[in-house]
Ligand binder design. Sequence first.
Ligand code: BTN
Length: 236
Amino acid sequence: MKELFFESIDSTNTYLKDHYEELEDFTFVRADLQTAGKGRSGRKWLSNKGENLMFSLLIKDKNLIEKFRQLSVESAYLVLKTLEKYGLQDLSIKWPNDVYVKGKKICGILLEAISREKIECLIIGIGINVNQSEFNGEYLIEPTSMKRELNRQIDLIELKDILFESLSSELVSDHYDKIKKYDYLKGKTVSCEINKEIKTITVIGIDEDYSLKVIAGGKETKLQSGEISFHIQGGL
Ligand code: BTN
């Protein structure tokens, strides 16, 4: 495991994209400020300087690259278990890439692949709201932070150490059986944008292969993570 830290950078994901060839497997890049932080679907990731945990992890190991379909959910699970250690309750994973507390977003994950003929490496970008109390941007899902939920300041470095250790040692294992009980979308009827088309689906749950099993148009089908965005009916 290797760690790099920047006080300010455009985006830790972009840094790894530009430098992956000269960096070793399991390099973590963390920053206090991102001037062009990236979220999913071309959105921005906004975060106050020095208040939150923002980092990206470089994966070059062939065996882990093969598991790319499950890495968002597995990373979300390891974040969730770390947050649980701090006493946060009512945590869930919103397939495939968010961690929620009481239905509010506390963590977002952006998984990117660099491919030529095959996938060369994966970049797992993770943003956790830690000590930020006010969120003034426009958000699809209401954000929250550890500080807001726990009413106390969190030591960022301690949190970083716990999570980096967990990702380094546990990302190689499958936790599917444990993940099932944290499935936020399970049983919900949601409208979902698939390939630019809005569809109403009922979610059966995260499947063993880490796809999302749903009923769409009266038929059972599986969604793969990719460019799928959800709008929970009833106001989110
Ligand atoms: C999302 O919920 O839309 C995904 C957000 C991912 C944000 C993290 S912060 C660290 C890393 N660098 C980025 O530019 N994005 C990810």
